[in-house]
Design a protein around this ligand. Sequence first.
Ligand SMILES: Cc1ncc(COP(=O)(O)O)c(C=O)c1O
Length: 364
Amino acid sequence: MPESPISFARGAPAPELVPAQELADCAHAVAQRDGDRVFAYGPGGGYGPLREWVAERHGVAPARVVLTVGGLQGFVFYAAEQLARTPGRVLVEAPTYDRPLKILARDGVEIVALQMDDEGLDPEALGAELQSRDEKPSFLYSIPTFQNPSGRTLSAERRERLVEVVREHGLAVLEDDPYGLVRFEGDPEASLLDLEGGQLVTYTSSFSKTVAPGVRSGYFVLPEADAPAFEERAVSTYISPPFLPQAVVHEFIVRGNFEPNLSHVRSELQARRDAMLTALDANAPGGVSWSHPAGGYFVWLELDGADAKALAADAEREGVAFIPGPGFFAAGSGGGTASARFAYSYETPERITEGVERVMRLLG
Ligand SMILES: Cc1ncc(COP(=O)(O)O)c(C=O)c1O
């Protein structure tokens, strides 16, 4: 049997990081115990007990929480709702998560990319963009913690400053935070939601990285005034979400599995991150640099001018996959040609070391 390709492309947990047996047991228990509710239509905002748990964690009323079919589905609702309310350009980080870029481009939305560095989005670049045009943007989409694709985290000072700028301009913000709990070291940063108070900032996360992506359970914490319209989008799209997986997540939590599982996921991913950084230190040619994430799934590489797409094609022949930088910039912007995203979430430390050695050899 030929060896399977080593994937740094998949921003997904390795199968051994998913607690499948326990989830199966939870599914059986909730289907038997709460079948009347989980197999019926119900509220568009999702399974009540999970909604209440999320609301309590964030210190908000359950009516402000809407459970979605993963975070990305919620992004679609949020963008549609926000663009209808305030038509205009959407501000994003450069680079940013590729799927929202594709969704916005498909819908013909103007995308404006804002500069970021090792400390995350530059609030002064945001301020300058807001000053540069009279029309208000529709919203800012930001991933402040362990960003996809860069692994970078917005510093505490910048969070404060960003919130000041946002308040000054009355700018709506979508804070996307699926990786925040997957922290290996250091203290958690305050969310933009907490700093701003939830008037302008909508917060989203999901259970994809903390429980399993296949439960397709995400959530939104919305400004009070926006929650009913957002929930109505859910109702008019799928009537109500699938309650069984949401109830499974809730059962997993009430059995006391959430925190121990998260500790396991964190330590496994930390070992994978360490393997990637160590292999880069040992093998990357001078001039190549990379981010040092304190959590999440991704390392971002600056390839010292090397063509990332050509490198990805060569790496594929060597049995290693990764995503070249341009995919994380608005199409036609010319960004990311000499950058790459390496995900360490899917492979074992041994295969990560081997994969990094193979790609770096191509650069040397
Ligand atoms: C930044 C970010 N947001 C949202 C998602 C979507 O996650 P899900 O739809 O599984 O909740 C991802 C998935 O990789 C992501 O990286």
